[in-house]
Design a protein around this ligand. Structure first.
Ligand SMILES: NC(=O)N[C@@H](CC(=O)O)C(=O)O
Ligand SMILES: [Zn+2]
Ligand SMILES: [Zn+2]
Length: 427
């Protein structure tokens, strides 16, 4: 099957936009033709009409909730939500029920993804059985089953010895350890960050050190073990500083940041609405600025959504009792485009790189670039289209977002995986 995408705006290696016709054959990009030349006439022809065509977005931190929490999301609904948001590869977290801590559950997630037939789903496996922090999982068997890394996301690994053992085994298997950094002794009974909002509402606040203490500890353990250590959802100035210093001295550390931690601080939380509750929490303006700076200088390698769907009933329990987490796939690109690129603060190529080529480089994925021979994982984006975020229209089962009603530009309109259309606005 041949697909020709005519008249697309494509970012060249210098980060400038060029008009191209792109030919997709047998699931790979087979030709990039100068837009001034005639486009070939064969197979399915799509006229991009000058819209932006980029490598499919990659999200290395998402929650698909299956098995066990199908009322929040399934592999299928999450995959559709991802495709709608312009994502073509997503890596899902193991805090399911049962936890993804055996080869059978890794296989189950892969089977569900194949049945859905939408985006590429890469499963992570747990570091410890049932994510309880007591006993390591069988790293070799989990790798063999197709897990791409180990993480207890949702909770931090509290024991330094447990983390060190995990890193030693992962290093020997040439696999990464991905860490949710949180010291439980510092966050008991907390639901929002330390700061003005917590004070005003009489809530116990989550301090920045609860995250950064684990980042610092784990960087030392990564240095000792030589593992590839990846930090989840960085949200504090202190974590950014520690990661920057570790990179400077050659420790193999990489990191991710979420759109909400680049856009929102605790000052913006409007009230006791749990759609503003996530872990890590929204912190101070100073932390937001440090995360932005970290992303710009490459200390933070990539943007991830931490797509964390919950049901409306669960989120209605209020700030203190509702579960942590917000959905992310369907708003990520338009949010960042509108806030940072349309305003002239960032180059378009920087945003695209941090959501495609950079995660592919860090996790050694064979995608994320628009080269001849690369998989035809592509996203077409309408940079002019402006519309309001409408949680009611999400493909995700989750409606839990603080961004409802935000007016955004830069909406994905069509997504291809291995040359196959997995989502189009026109349906
Ligand atoms: N980020 C969140 O607020 N919640 C995540 C867990 C996590 O990513 O730590 C979830 O599973 O709901
Ligand atoms: Zn986490
Ligand atoms: Zn998460």
């Amino acid at each position: 099957m041949t697909v020709i995408i005519r008249n697309a705006s494509v970012l060249n290696k210098e980060g400038l936009l060029e008009r191209k016709h792109i030919v997709l054959e047998e699931g790979v990009i087979s030709a990039l033709i100068d837009g001034n030349e005639a486009a070939p006439e064969a197979g399915e022809i799509i006229d991009a009409e000058g819209k932006l065509l980029i490598p499919g977005l990659i999200d290395m931190h998402v929650h698909l909730r299956e098995p066990g929490f199908e009322h929040k999301e399934t592999v299928e609904t999450g995959s559709r939500s991802a495709a709608k948001g312009g994502f073509t590869t997503i890596a899902c977290m193991p805090n399911t029920r049962p936890v993804t801590d055996t080869p059978e559950i890794v296989q189950f997630v892969k089977d569900k993804a194949r049945e859905a037939g939408l985006v590429k789903v890469l499963p992570y496996a747990a570091i410890t059985k049932n994510e309880l922090g007591r006993e390591l999982t069988d790293f070799a068997a989990l790798k063999e089953a197709g897990a791409i890394g180990y993480t207890d996301d949702g909770v931090g690994v509290q024991s330094a010895q447990m983390m060190k053992d995990a890193m030693n085994i992962a290093a020997a298997l040439d696999m990464p350890v991905i860490a949710h950094c949180e010291d439980n002794s510092l966050v008991e009974g907390c639901c929002v960050a330390e700061g003005e909002f917590a004070r005003k509402h009489g809530l116990k606040g989550i301090p920045n050190e609860s995250e950064a203490i684990h980042v610092g500890r784990d960087i030392l353990l990564a240095e000792a073990t030589g593992v590839h250590y990846h930090v989840c959802h960085v949200s504090t100035e202190q974590s950014v500083r520690l990661i920057r210093q570790a990179k400077e001295i050659g420790i193999k550390v990489t990191a991710e940041v979420c759109p909400h931690h680049l856009l929102l601080s605790e000052e913006e939380i409007p009230g006791l609405d749990a759609n503003w509750k996530m872990n890590p929490p929204l912190r101070s303006r100073r932390d937001v600025e440090a995360c932005i700076e970290g992303l710009l200088d490459g200390t933070l390698d990539m943007i991830v959504t931490d797509h964390a769907p919950h049901s409306e009933e669960e989120k209605a329990k209020g700030m203190q009792l509702a579960p942590f987490g917000i959905v992310g796939f369907e708003t990520a690109f338009p949010l960042l485009y509108t806030a940072f690129v349309a305003t002239g603060k960032w180059d378009l190529s920087l945003l695209v790189q941090r959501m495609t080529a950079d995660p592919a480089r860090v996790f050694r994925l064979n995608t994320g670039v628009m080269d001849i021979g690369a998989p035809a994982d592509l996203t077409l984006i309408d940079l002019e289209q402006e519309k309001e975020v409408d949680p009611g229209s999400f493909a995700s089962k989750g409606r839990n977002t603080p961004f409802g009603g935000w007016k955004l530009k830069g909406w994905p309109v069509m997504t291809w995986v291995d040359g196959k259309t997995v989502w189009t606005e026109k349906n």
